[in-house]
Design a protein around this ligand. Structure first.
Ligand SMILES: [Mn+2]
Length: 193
């Protein structure tokens, strides 16, 4: 089995700091935590909020997603707040769970129907009742998490070339669907046999 991923983070036009960030963190014995975080607003304050949540995920990536989001919620008190989504892979079982709060997009390219949704809310301000969605996936499926600096038209784009490597695919998605007026992040993960 091999795991490959690609990532791009691009600040909005005129900014040098992105208020988005991501975490990709393998954990024992055979898991992978993948997270995209969008700090509210922009610039340094947004980046500080996103980074506070990223630190929570990086500290204990194997903890249950519910705990990770609750802990992030507490860590983000006093910040701008953030929206975030987690894909948590159990690699030997070929299972993945999704948990998202707020406006992070997800697109899964699979023969299976894997169409997760997020709950409305803002980490740090208003934590919704958390919903963990579980799926089985196939080897070769491609998972994409993206911030709202990428248009959700991505989900309808039938021209996406899945023969591309995850890194090339992330760059291509940003090129095709990125918006200049917001920070934009794309994370692509593929697990093959
Ligand atoms: Mn945004």
């Amino acid at each position: 089995m091999s795991i490959s991923w690609g990532t791009v983070v691009r600040p909005k036009t005129g900014q040098t700091v992105s208020g988005d960030t991501f975490v990709i963190a393998p954990f024992a014995p055979a898991g992978l935590q993948v997270c995209v975080i969008d700090g509210l607003g922009g610039g340094v304050e947004a980046a500080r909020a996103a980074e506070a949540a990223a630190e929570v995920i990086r500290a204990h990536p194997g903890d249950d997603p519910t705990q990770l989001l609750q802990r992030s919620h507490h860590a983000l008190h006093g910040t701008r707040g953030a929206v975030m989504a987690l894909l948590t892979f159990d690699l030997p079982l070929r299972n993945v769970t999704y948990m998202g709060v707020g406006n992070i997009g997800v697109q899964v390219y699979s023969a299976r129907s894997i169409k997760p949704i997020s709950k409305n809310g803002i980490i740090g301000y208003r934590l919704p009742h958390l919903l963990k969605l579980a799926y089985s996936y196939n080897f070769g499926d491609t998972f994409v998490l993206y911030s709202d600096g990428v248009s959700s038209r991505l989900n309808l784009d039938a021209t996406i070339n899945l023969a591309l490597s995850p890194q090339s695919l992330a760059e291509r998605i940003l090129q095709l669907h990125g918006k200049d007026n917001d920070d934009a992040t794309v994370v692509v993960v593929r697990i093959t046999e």
